[in-house]
Design a protein around this ligand. Structure first.
Ligand SMILES: NC(=O)c1ccc[n+]([C@@H]2O[C@H](COP(=O)([O-])OP(=O)(O)OC[C@H]3O[C@@H](n4cnc5c(N)ncnc54)[C@H](OP(=O)(O)O)[C@@H]3O)[C@@H](O)[C@H]2O)c1
Length: 264
């Protein structure tokens, strides 16, 4: 299927590893011009090298970005415009994951840090990209989590704060529809990234079991019996952002190998 992304400009936040990187890669493979970023300059350089190596002819550039810092977001979006021109066709709202923990483990600093990381990052990324998106009528995709549909053990901050982002995305999908901008959320279950490796270790420590035991318990809850591959996330994200998904807006799509047990 032709996704219609050739030559389109896509900004992918938090994209030097994991799901963000895989999304940038899928977009680049479809011929989009992709702007990446994360906090560590050496990781940005390495990720650009990997993208150019894995996708021959890829049009990819990037810069340092801290999504918890409004100044950094403004500079990142401005540099994208200098590299690719003013219009934006696709924006991926992504960040690192919040600290795991139970209620008693999390102080005010943990809550407000996670609010900046998950909620304000989305507000600021969308706000700053809006002039560029409005010029083209593009698509926004928020990287969320199945925690918005079913709370995950030991991930109170994700369970609580991602719901605010999903509600914001739904509201925006209505508000921005007249400008031709679609807004959706892609909610991953468990994908084989550095984040999930760290979470499996944290669960093992909390439960006093081995990492293998924590991992096999997690696998037992997934109908397909495995973690997702980041590229599987990238492919789905790429389609949701593309003109091929032109009637899709205001949705939260769970991508979880059959982990969620409800029908909806
Ligand atoms: N993997 C899963 O199965 C899964 C499931 C549900 C939800 N999620 C959520 O999806 C998101 C991505 O997950 P992942 O597994 O790909 O995570 P990951 O493997 O930890 O990768 C995170 C990426 O984000 C960047 N990053 C972290 N903090 C940042 C910040 N403040 N500003 C800019 N970039 C930042 C990191 O680079 P730097 O360190 O250089 O900044 C890295 O490139 C997270 O929010 C995670 O909680 C993941």
């Amino acid at each position: 299927m032709e996704l219609g992304l050739r030559g389109k400009v896509a900004l992918v936040a938090a994209s030097t590893e994991g799901l963000g990187f895989a999304t940038a890669k899928a977009l680049a493979a479809e011929g989009a011009r992709v702007w990446i970023g994360s906090r560590d300059a050496s990781k940005v350089t390495a990720a650009l090298g990997r993208l150019r190596g894995e996708v021959p002819g890829a049009s990819v550039e990037g810069a340092v970005l801290d999504v918890t810092d409004s100044g950094s977001i403004a500079a990142w979006v401005r540099s994208a415009a200098e590299a690719f021109g003013e219009g934006i066709d696709a924006l991926v709202v992504n960040s690192g994951g919040p600290k795991p923990g139970l209620f008693a483990d999390l102080d005010d600093a943990a809550w407000s840090g996670a609010f900046d990381l998950l909620v304000m990052s989305a507000v600021r990324l969308v706000r700053t990209s809006l002039p560029g998106l409005s010029a083209r009528g593009g698509a926004v995709l928020v990287c969320s989590s199945t925690s918005v549909k079913e709370p995950i053990d030991g991930l109170l901050l994700s369970n609580s704060l991602r719901s605010a982002t999903v509600a914001m995305a739904k509201t925006l999908s209505v508000e921005l529809a007249p400008k031709g901008i679609r807004v959706n959320c892609l909610a991953p279950g468990r994908f084989a990234t550095g984040r999930v490796e760290r979470l499996d270790k944290a669960t093992a420590e909390r439960k006093g079991t081995s990492v293998e035991e924590a991992r096999s318990r997690a696998l037992a809850s997934i109908a397909l019996g495995r973690y997702g591959e980041p590229d599987e996330f990238g492919e789905a994200a790429c389609w949701m952002l593309s003109p091929a998904a032109s009637f899709l807006t205001g949705q939260v799509v769970a991508l979880d190998g059959g982990q969620l047990k409800g029908s909806w």
